[in-house]
Design a protein around this ligand. Structure first.
Ligand SMILES: [Zn+2]
Length: 439
């Protein structure tokens, strides 16, 4: 069998170079590019992790497994599906979306390392084998139909994937009587690759250590628990979680706020722009509102608050709830939301209002001290805030949600400003742009 992470990269390269004919239609890199073009311009994105490096593959970036796994991810697949559903992308893009999702599911099964929420990421065991065998067998059949320029099987990487899927299925058949579970990530070479990466690092700039140097580095690494892989390591887990970065921000918001008193104008500018919220934004905002409700529920949870913040049903019904339905692990097309949370109408309105406040005022508030407090004050002035505030027992969890969301948006805005400052003609003025908070 082959190394699944390596195969994933090869298959990504294959899609990058050729249009692939499958039984459902044509999968094309062009569809992905169109999706990225449309999505990257938005303030709230369906696939926030997708960046230029995923689309325009440089020689070195090509080697990163992480970039390939973020392309074959649930966020990207569901995002493309959403855009195709609302008519912003052609229906042919849905074929590529479904293909990406299939690859994501198969790769999750071939790369299981812990018991995760997502059923596909759990190891082979008596409980999961039914699902795993079905997904892998279907993927194998689907890959066999792949056709590039009239050739079937399409490429060496496809053959490799077929062999690997068969090998894993056979392996599980032969060990399941004696093993309770099979973690498929243990079948690849990442551990070794990371280990040698650590040893190389401990040798400074010496990339070819001799045996003595290797022994010293090994001892040093072992005793000082430094066998942690570098942050730039090549082999990483598939982090297909939207808003993954927000956990970090949530942790930071637990720290006590600095004592310094910040004064700000309560109303920096009249909201001039009426920010249009189209179907895609409404869907993404619903997903974010659900995420915020879950995060707030981890800190404080009581029946009163849950009733105010969370929708009682577990089936997506509104148009704007389609994305949550797509993102759940129960599968594209099935509107059962699984383990995700649907926000109540009032909470959705509050999040949409926060978005509106941010979009219309952040740019002008950026140049003043206390941006966060300023924007938060604007949100607390609104009718949407008061409507939810009446229903919950603690104001804290509402503040918490609004703050996370504003921080998340601020973070993205700052990234945009910095990226803009680094480009072309503005380069000399980079410092100036940063200092003056120009957007
Ligand atoms: Zn409560």
């Amino acid at each position: 069998m082959y190394d699944p992470p390596h195969l994933l990269k090869c298959l990504r390269n294959c899609l990058n170079k050729h249009d692939i004919k499958t039984e459902e239609g044509i999968m094309s890199w062009e569809h992905l590019r169109q999706f990225y073009e449309a999505d990257s311009k938005r303030s709230v994105r369906a696939a926030p992790k997708l960046r230029d490096v995923h689309i325009v593959l440089g020689a070195f970036k090509r080697m990163k497994v992480k970039l390939a796994s973020q392309v074959f991810s649930r966020s990207v697949a569901c995002g493309m599906q959403l855009y195709a559903d609302v008519g912003l992308l052609t229906s042919e893009c849905a074929v590529t979306a479904k293909g990406l999702l299939r690859m994501n599911n198969a790769f999750d099964i071939l790369n299981s390392s812990r018991t995760d929420q997502c059923p596909n990421r759990r190891p082979f065991s008596a409980a999961t084998e039914g699902n795993h065998i079905q997904v892998l067998t279907e993927t194998r059949e689907w890959l066999r139909q792949w056709c590039i320029a009239g050739r079937t099987p399409a490429a060496d990487s496809v053959k490799g994937m077929l062999i690997t899927i068969s090998a894993v299925l056979h392996l599980w058949e032969s060990v399941k009587a004696s093993l309770p579970a099979l973690y498929t990530r243990r079948l690849n070479q990442d551990v070794l690759e990371n280990f040698f990466g650590v040893v190389r690092q401990l040798n400074g700039a010496n990339f070819k250590p001799n045996p003595t140097q290797f022994r010293h580095a090994f001892r040093k690494g072992a005793v000082s628990s430094m066998l942690l892989p570098s942050s730039q390591m090549n082999c990483e887990p598939d982090m297909d979680r939207m808003l993954g970065a927000m956990t970090m921000m949530a942790a930071r918001s637990n720290q006590p706020a600095p004592e310094a008193k910040i004064t700000f104008m309560p109303n920096p500018a009249p909201p001039i722009l009426d920010v249009p919220v189209d179907q895609v934004s409404a869907n993404v905002l619903t997903y974010i509102a659900g995420y915020l409700a879950r995060k707030a529920g981890e800190k404080h949870s009581c029946e009163v608050c849950s009733a105010a913040l969370v929708k009682a049903t577990s089936v997506a019904t509104y148009d704007r709830e389609a994305f949550v339905g797509l993102k759940s692990y129960t599968g594209v097309g099935d509107m059962d939301i699984g383990s995700l949370i649907l926000p109540s109408d009032k909470l959705y309105s509050l999040v949409a209002k926060t978005f509106d406040v941010f979009e219309s005022q952040a740019a002008s508030a950026m140049s003043r001290p206390g941006v966060l407090g300023c924007l938060q004050a604007c949100v607390e002035d609104s009718a949407e805030w008061k409507a939810v505030r009446e229903l919950v027992c603690a104001r804290n969890s509402l503040c918490f949600m609004v703050k996370i969301f504003i921080r998340m948006q601020l973070h993205k805005l700052c990234e945009k400003v910095t990226a803009g400052a680094q480009k072309g003609a503005n380069r000399q003025n980079r410092q100036y742009v940063k200092v003056s908070h120009r957007v």
